[in-house]
Design a binder for this molecule. Structure first.
Ligand code: GRG
Length: 298
């Protein structure tokens, strides 16, 4: 008899598998580089939700891609995500002391080690994708590397972060805020959701549906993150709250208000679910992920 897992149980299972794999892939803290390896492990083996890995595994599962290969891609995505959090927390960016319920890397180690640990996690991500265990076909590995590089780079996450920094506390047009958030947060989600389709050579129709799902869910995730900054509890989010307002950061809440923003996440959630229709019952966990994303407290 197979017992159906609840969404939270599935997320926990994925989190455990990813932490185990990252533990294996990140060098042990020995030798002259001990401090660097230790900082990388401190950041990557901490208690993240592992949402992006869940999306790699669940979306890849729609196309019957091997679990071990998907896990490697998921670990690569989590390395990129962790590097972005380390750098985002630095004094020259958001200047945060708390992340995932613990002191940020530059607080626990030093600023220089935080920069280097982020850099090393970024390059490790591409090393993981380039390995033949990720996919036997070099052309597929290259497509994954290109996809992740674009999602993480100047036209994706880093570009979105640069727009955020450049805006400072100036008011931004709502459309520009949405674009900035699509790049900063949405691009990595989109890659996580499309990676399995790349590995399986899935149909254009399936890839189009996943891109639509990623677009709507990525934005809903970001708006919920902004809501948690306003209304959240730092003992649950594991990071400081109220920072966006303190730093005058642009968010869609400025235009929509708290109630409007909550309504918008519900609407985006319904749209996200509609994109999953072509996958039928195999997309059950993805359906449940939408409810988790818009009602989460962490
Ligand atoms: C510094 C290159 C560079 C990029 C930074 C992603 C990012 C760009 C900054 C993080 C700041 C932030 C709060 C973004 C909003 C959405 C987001 C990425 C939240 C954190 O992701 P979760 O909730 O975190 O998945 P866990 O800890 O669960 O992995």
């Amino acid at each position: 008899m197979t017992l159906e897992l609840t969404f939270e149980e599935r997320l926990e299972t994925v989190a455990d598998k990813i932490t185990l794999l990252l533990d294996h892939l990140i060098p042990r803290a020995v030798g002259p580089e001990t401090e660097l390896f230790s900082a990388m492990r401190y950041a990557a083996l901490g208690s993240g939700k592992r949402m992006r890995p869940l999306f790699v595994l669940e979306c890849g599962g729609l196309f019957d891609v091997s679990n071990n290969r998907l896990l490697r891609v998921a670990a690569a995505v989590e390395c990129i995500h962790t590097y972005s959090l380390i750098h985002d927390d630095l004094p020259c960016m958001d200047d945060d002391d708390l992340r995932r319920g613990r002191p940020t890397v530059h607080k626990a180690y030093s600023e220089s080690l935080a920069v280097l640990a982020g850099d090393a996690l970024q390059t490790l991500a591409f090393e993981i994708l380039a390995h033949e265990d990720t996919h036997p076909q070099p052309a597929v590995r290259l497509a994954l590397i290109e996809g992740l590089a674009k999602a993480a780079g100047a036209q994706g996450m880093v570009g979105g972060q640069a727009m955020d920094m450049a805006a400072g506390d100036a008011k931004m047009e709502m459309a520009l805020v949405a674009r900035m958030q699509r790049m900063k947060t949405g691009a990595l989600f989109q890659f996580s959701m499309e990676a399995g389709a790349i590995m399986a050579g899935a149909s254009t129709e399936a890839r189009y549906a996943l891109a639509g799902f990623a677009h709507d869910l990525g934005l809903a995730f970001q708006i919920t993150d902004d809501l948690l900054d306003v209304e959240g509890d730092s003992s649950k989010t594991g990071k400081a709250v109220g920072k966006d307002a303190e730093q005058g950061k642009a968010s869609l809440i400025d235009d929509l208000g708290v109630d409007g923003a909550r309504e918008r996440t519900k609407m985006l959630g319904e749209q996200a679910k509609a994109h999953l229709e072509i996958f039928g019952p195999s997309a059950l966990i993805l359906h449940q992920s939408v409810d988790f994303v818009i009602s989460r407290s962490r």
